[in-house]
Design a protein around this ligand. Structure first.
Ligand code: OGA
Ligand code: NI
Length: 364
């Protein structure tokens, strides 16, 4: 289909093409309202305005240790984000995963366009999140894939080039999903629950969903006016992000300010998604984050989303609900839940907050 194309409200423009056109200014539809621009970051804590504080770093070399569960749990309660070191995924695989996806985004535009996505499933090569006509867009292209469950795995949606992309992405996903399993155990133990409690609530390891979103943020001539990805919380269970090894950009909301993440070489950035916030009755928090772009260098990140089985209505675990701590959220399946971000685009924490209003309303 020509024109708007495949269900998008407007013709799709690749941010990479805009960037490579060499224009000195960005089109108006990428210009964020003043309050959302990166320069509007609230003054950071501490003298001189600089924050020395960064997201916690958690050593996973003994994933079964109570001390590891405590450290993971503390980070999920306090920050909703941490960097995982000694995570067990070989550094060489991280290098290959970045390499094949850089290779994909370097393919000629007509090759990439064969995988143009639609809002029906979002699988493939995309340049926007949300289908609202006239929305202000983010300065980034991406590639989105379902890896699991097997019924959602569609080889036609996977790039054929570079030749080692598929095998590498499958191997990468297997290893990182296994890491998510270890993290689920640590998170569960850190709640005072049995080691498999959270995983069971997800519908078991076999039922869990795994999606990969590779984000490509091209160089931007006016980075102070836009964002690579607007503020959002991740809708799924948890996210394991392989950030760019050279270029910073991710910022995490902390007490109203934006904290820029300084990735530890070889680490993953792990964050709690909305579904774990719901299941833990907000003991663990999904936290808003966003991405800044820059004029000098492009940036690539690989996000793996580990999600609950999508047809289970999820609500707080009964053992985390008490008269003193009533259930904050009404039940919803992840299939229903993810329609929000897929139609409205990234909107801070407004969705999980709206579930809360519903639960409070239902209690009245
Ligand atoms: C995401 C995300 C951060 C980044 O894909 O949900 O938050 O640094 N990515 O690209
Ligand atoms: Ni995110």
């Amino acid at each position: 289909m020509e024109g708007a194309g495949a269900g998008w409200p407007e013709p799709v423009v690749r941010v990479q093409s805009l960037s490579e056109s060499g224009a000195a200014t960005i089109p108006g539809r990428y210009v964020k309202p003043e309050a959302e621009r990166p320069s509007s970051a609230a003054p950071a804590a501490g003298p001189g305005g600089a924050t020395a504080e960064g997201i916690p770093v958690v050593d996973l070399s003994s994933p079964g240790d109570p001390a590891t569960a405590r450290a993971v749990s503390e980070a999920c309660r306090d920050w909703g984000f941490f960097q995982a070191v000694n995570h067990g995924v070989p550094p060489e695989l991280l290098r290959r995963a970045r390499g094949v996806w850089r290779g994909f985004f370097r393919q000629p535009m007509e090759v990439k366009q064969r995988y143009a996505n639609s809002p029906a499933t979002y699988e493939g090569y995309g340049s926007r999140l949300g289908v609202e006509k006239g929305a202000v867009l983010d300065w980034g292209d991406y590639y989105f894939l379902h890896v699991r469950p097997p019924r959602l795995f569609d080889p036609d949606k996977w790039p054929h080039l570079p030749p080692d992309l598929r095998e590498t992405t499958e191997e990468y996903s297997r290893e990182v999903a296994a890491l998510c399993g270890r993290l689920m155990t640590a998170m569960s133990v850190g709640l005072g629950a049995g080691p498999s409690r959270l995983q069971e609530a997800f519908g078991g390891a076999e039922g869990a969903g795994v999606c990969v979103r590779v984000n490509y943020y091209p160089r931007c001539p006016q980075p102070e006016l836009t964002l690579g990805l607007s503020s959002h919380s991740d809708p799924g269970g948890m996210t394991v992000l392989l950030a760019d090894d050279r270029v910073r950009g991710l910022q995490v909301r902390r007490r109203g300010a934006w904290v820029t993440v300084d990735p530890v070489p070889g680490a993953f950035i792990v964050n709690v998604g909305d579904q774990i916030q719901v299941l833990t009755n907000a003991t663990y928090r999904s936290v808003e984050h966003r991405v800044m772009v820059n004029a000098a260098e492009e940036r690539l990140s690989v996000a793996l989303f580990y999600n609950p089985r999508s047809d289970l209505p999820l609500a707080p675990l009964p053992e985390l609900v008490s008269p003193e701590r009533p259930s904050l959220y009404s039940p919803m399946t992840f299939d229903e839940y993810r329609l929000f971000i897929r139609s409205k685009g990234p909107r801070g924490k407004s969705q999980v907050e709206s579930l809360k209003a519903a639960a409070v309303g239902a209690a009245r």
